[in-house]
Design a protein. Sequence first.
Lengths: 321, 546
Amino acid sequence: MNRRYLVRRLAQLPLTVAAILLAGFLLIHLAPGDPVVALAGQSGDAEYYAYLRAKFGLDKPLPTQLVIYAGNVLSGDLGTSYVLGRPVAEAIAERLPATVLLTGSALVLSTVVGISLGIYGARRHGRWPDTAVNLTALTVYAAPVFLIGQLVILGLALGAGWFPVEGMTDARSSVTGLPRLLDIAHHLALPALALTSQEVAAVARLSRVGLLDELRQDHIRTARAKGVAEGVVVRKHALRRALLPVVTVLGGRVGHLVAGAVIVEAVFGWPGLGRLLVTAMQNRDGPIVLGVFLLVAVTVVVANLLTDLLYSWLDPRVRYG
Amino acid sequence: MAGDRMVAVLAAATMALAACSSPEGDEGEQTPDADAGPPRGGTLVAAIDSDPGTLNPAITTSGGARTASELLFNGLVGLTSDLEPVPELAESWEVLEAGALYRFDLRDGVTWHDGEPFTSADVIFTFEEMLLSLHARTKASVGAALESIEAPDEDTVEFRFTEPYAPLLLQLDVTEAPILPRHVYEGTDVMTNPANTDPVGTGPFRLESYTPDAELRFSANPDYFEPDLPYLDEVVMRIIPERGNQVVALEAGEVDWLFGVPGPDLARLEESGDYGFLETAVNPGGSNCIMTVSFNLERPMFADVALRRALATALDREQFVERVLFGQGRVAEAPISSGIPFAHAPDLEEMPQFERDEAESLLDEAGWPRDGDGVRTARGVDGVPDGTPLQFGFTHFPSFSAYAELLRAQLREVGAEVKLVPLEPPVFADTVFKARDFDTNIISYCNGADPEIGVKRMYTTANIGPVPFSNAAAYSNPTVDAYFDEARTTVDPEARSDIYRRLQEQLVEDLPYFWIVETESVRAYYARCEGFGPAGHFATTAHCSS
C-alpha cells in the first residue's frame, strides 16, 4: 500500500460523509410529516405550533436550514433534539457504549465462530458434518433477525430460564464492579447471539468456500507432499489467503450489524443507538436522525478503509495505486 | 362577595384526602390488615413503551413523558376515578363570582425534593412560564379564558377569568397542570434546563437515576406530604418498546406492572391466575378516548348527511369491540365519552344503530342505488356527477389497520368500496389537517376529564384549520359553537349537563363524525402487588408482599 493511496482515501472520507449527510438532510426534511406533532401530542393551537417551528428554525426556507446545519456540524455542533430537548451529541454518547458492546461482540463472535465453522466444514468436505454446517448456515442466513430474536427469547429465556428476557441489567439489583459486568454479560448473551447468527452463517459459508478453493492449490499439495501435518497446512498455508473473501466483506458487515442492531435492540430492550434512531425517525426528529447517520457513515467508511489495509496485509500481492 | 360564593370551602377535605389515599379500590384487591396496614417496602418494576425524553410534564403533552414523570410531581388537585377533584397541593378552594374567580388555599409544610419549601410563587411561575405557553392542552383551554393568576400571599393562589369558567377544577391535576419549582427554573431556558432530566418535584417518589432508553429508578420521598405514603421503597420503570415483549417480561418475572396488555395476550394471562387486572379509560397521554370516523365535509360526497347516516348505520360496532379490541372497550353511545358522566348523554334517539337492511334503503334514498350487485353509483346527488361510484379513501395510522380492514369489509356488504390509506402519525397529521387530502379517516380522539379539554376542538368552527387533531371534519354549526361557549361559562353542574345533552343531540343529527368505540386499557400486575391507581400516581398507594 503506498502512502499516496492512503492520503487519497482519507481525503475522500469527508466528501463521502458530507454527501451522506446531505442526502440524509434532504430525505428527512422533504419526507412528509411534521416533527412538531410529536411534541404537541393531540392538542395545541396554531400559535403553539408556530412557536415550536420558530424555536427549532423549521420556519426558515430549506436552503437556509441546510446552511445553518452545515455550519453547526463544521463547528462540531450536531444540534439539539426537538423531542429530547438535549444536545444530539449527548444523546448519542449516552447510547453509543451499548451499541458498540452489542455490535462489537457480534462482530468478534461471528468472525471467530464463522471461520471455525468454515474450517470445520472445509476439512470434512462432502461428508455429513460439512452438509450439516452448510444447511444450518443457509437456514439461519435466510431467517429474519427478529424471528431469531423471538425464538431465542422463547427457548432460552422464557423456556429454559437461562437468560433474562430484556434490558442490559437486572432491574431488581443495583450491583457494581465485577458483579455488574457479569450481569451485563448475562443480559448481552441473547441479543449478541441473535445479532451474530446471521453474520456467522455468512462468514462460515465464505470461509468454507475460500478454504476449499485454497486447499486445491499447488503450494498446498507441495506442503502436504513434504509431510506437513494437515492442521498446520490449513492454519499456516491455506487460511491466510482463504480468508481474503471474509475480509473483503468486513466493511459491509459493520453496516449490516448496525442495521441488525436496530431490530435486535427493539426486540431485547437493549438501550442503544438503534432504539434512538427508530424513535427519532417516527418523530421526525431530524437532528438525532442526522447525528446517527453521521456516526454510522463515518464508521462504515472507516471500516471499509481498514478492510483495504487489512487486505493488502493478508495478501502482499495486492497493491493499490 | 359572600352572596357570590358558589361553593363553600371544602369542609370535607380531610375525608376526601383519606379517600384519595386509600389503597383499596379496584376489584379483586385484598384489603390490607386494618391494624398493620399494607406491607411497606420493596421494589415495583413497571414496563413503559418509550424513552420519555423529558421528565418535565409541564412543557409537553407527550404520553411517554407523563407516564415516566407524574410520580415526581403534584397538581393543585387530584382527580378520583369518578373525576371528583380532591386536595393535593391545594388543601381547599373556593369558587367565587359565579365561577369567574377561583381561590386556592395551599397545603402547609410541603417541600420540594431538594428541601426547599413549596409556595404560591411556584404555582404562578409554573403557569406563567410553562403551562400557559408550552403545555398545549392547558394553554389552549385555561390560557384562552384566563385573565390573571395572582398570589395574595405565600399560601394562596387566585385564578381570575374574563367570564365564568366551569371546567377549571378538572384541569388542575398532575396531568393537565403539574407544578414545578420556581427556584430551579427561574432565569433559565425551561426547555433545556438540566432539571428536565434530573427533576425536582413534590411527588411521592424522587428520581434516583435515568438511563436513557433503558430505565428510570425512583425512590420513595420520605417527606411526602401525605403521611405513610408511598408504601413502596422503589419503583423502576423499564423501557420495553414492544407490548408483546412486555408481556413476556411479565411472565418471566422481570417486571411486575404493565400499562397495557395486547388483546390476544390477555386471555392467557387471565387463565394463569397469577395476575391482577385493572380496566381503565385513563391514560397518561389522554383519557376517555373514542375511536372516531371523520367525514371530510369539504368533499361533495360527504356534504350530504343522508350518506353519512347510511354509512354509519351499516357499521356493526359490536364487531369492533369483539374483533379489534378483544373486549377492551365498549360501543360509543354518544359523541362525549361515558368516562365524563356529567357530560355523556346516553340514549340519543338519532344515534345510528347497526341495521344492514336499513342502511341499504338509506343509501338508495340518499341517491346511491346499487349498480347490479357491485358498487353503488350516484344518481341525482348534489355536487356529485351521476354515475360516480361510491368509492372513497379511509386514512388511518398503520396501528389502526384492524379497524380499517373491518370497516372496509362491513361497508363492502352495502355496496361501498373503501380504499385504505395507512399513514405514519406525522404524515397523517400533515395529510389530514394541513393538506386536507382525505375522504374519511379514523382518529382516537381523547376527551380528557372535561369536554373543554378534548371534545370542543373536534367541533367548533374556530378549530377548523391546520392544527393536528382538531376539527378533522371541518364541521361548522353556529348552534354547536354557542353550546360550547355556554357550557364553558355555566358553573351549575346540572345546567351544564343539560347543555351538553342538547349539544350531543345536535351532533348526532348532523353526524360530522361517527363514534365507533370507547377504548379501554387493561393494566396487568403480579398478584402479589395491589393498590394501584390507573395512571399518574399509579404507584403511590401500591404495595407488594414479599
